[in-house]
Design a protein around this ligand. Sequence first.
Ligand SMILES: [Zn+2]
Ligand SMILES: [Zn+2]
Length: 178
Amino acid sequence: MSFSIYEVAVRITLEELELHRIVVSKTYASDALNYHGAEFRQVAPLNVDAVAELQGGEIRIRGHLETLLEASCDRCLGMVDLPVAWDFDLFYRPLSSIAREEEIKIPTDELDVGFYSGNGLELADVVTEQVILSVPMKVICRAECQGLCPVCGTNRNLEKCQCPSPQGASPFASLKKD
Ligand SMILES: [Zn+2]
Ligand SMILES: [Zn+2]
């Protein structure tokens, strides 16, 4: 029996980084990563290539990941494919470094700084966070999506309903009906 590449967790440790940088290529099956209830699904394997090295006391991880996500359109709730091709260049500081500072001030140009605890971090955690970041704030199936009718729920991309236009649809509209 050979190990499935899907099963092997990749831990990036200080001990190893002190000897050499870590170059890793890994594939995560569509159900291998836990996105903690995010409103999308990973529907294809995820491929990641990354290089980790120690730089000025921080762990720097650079790389590229690709996968396919599926999410529902914010307007019509239809399923939308979200191909992901995402570059990242991240710095992780030891969590213990926070305790030595009176307050945490992270300048806005250092938003890509994260923290690690113990002797390193899991590649899966890095990848999971980057996938979540790659998802747009608003998911729209297409720019001209008409969405659902706020009154009757009809998908207005598929059929027209007889409800008044949104401007006329006040919260009290139903009270005035005959
Ligand atoms: Zn839509
Ligand atoms: Zn309607």
